[in-house]
Design a protein around this ligand. Structure first.
Ligand code: SF4
Length: 64
């Protein structure tokens, strides 16, 4: 799986970081870094929660 962010939608709320701290990091300025764009399957639950709870719908999973 691949994690993709739409930077036009992301507002740096950091919900994704709360749900999946190994995969997302949001700076004090509200800039999101994806720490692993191709996370292992065992993190899928975390990724799905981040996608579901992102308040702006900026995240999605693409299957490879
Ligand atoms: S939760 Fe959504 S809007 Fe907030 S930092 Fe993550 S991707 Fe961006």
């Amino acid at each position: 799986m691949k994690v993709v962010v739409d930077r036009d939608l992301c507002q740096g709320h950091g919900v994704c970081e709360s749900e999946a701290p190994e995969l997302f990091s949001v700076s004090k300025q509200g800039v999101l870094s994806i720490l692993d764009e191709a996370p292992p399957e065992d993190l899928r639950g975390q990724v799905e929660r981040a996608v579901r709870f992102c308040p702006t719908g900026a995240l999605r999973i693409e299957e490879d």
